[in-house]
Design a protein around this ligand. Sequence first.
Ligand code: GRF
Length: 195
Amino acid sequence: MKKNYLAIFASGSGSNAEAIMKYFFHHSQIEIVLVLSNNERAYALERAKKYNVPSKIFTKTQLQNGEVNQWLKEVNITHLVLAGFLWLVPEIIVTAFPHRIINIHPSLLPKFGGKGMHGHKIHEAVVAAQEIETGITMHEVNERYDEGKILAQVKCAVLPTDDATTLGERVLKLEHEHYPKVIEAWVTSSADRPR
Ligand code: GRF
């Protein structure tokens, strides 16, 4: 069985990155080999150390001029996982990994998605709109924010007593539970498709 090598892109806390590293720690087909961040203070980098996963920090120029692509090539990366990565993925990366980049968004896309919709803002908007349910969306990544093919969505209730904080906590829990499993299914099914 062919092995798949994943790199995680994270800009911040990295709680999803950690859930993913934990899930795949002893996996026979999937290995997390690199954590990449645009932010040298990202706590995701500390979490990578805990799982002995090497990490690298990059600038926008390095992302856009192909340097990051080169790093990914050096360690035979087959798939990219975005976990709280705030920059738009440039075309040079998208073209190098067609249908091989996945992201998670903490709302039921296309609702509450798009440029500028991240973190607390999303849950604030959901509460303000008096939605009765929200959830998470896992999707492929293209050159536009939150517009790639939807792979899976999981819902949860918005309670009348919720504020953005309580709602955010419920949604984040859902992310940790489902994102690793969706990545596993997506990677193993894409292994049959030509690269
Ligand atoms: C998560 O809510 C994820 O859906 C979004 O950014 C947040 C990252 O959280 N894309 P963390 O850094 O994984 O804790």
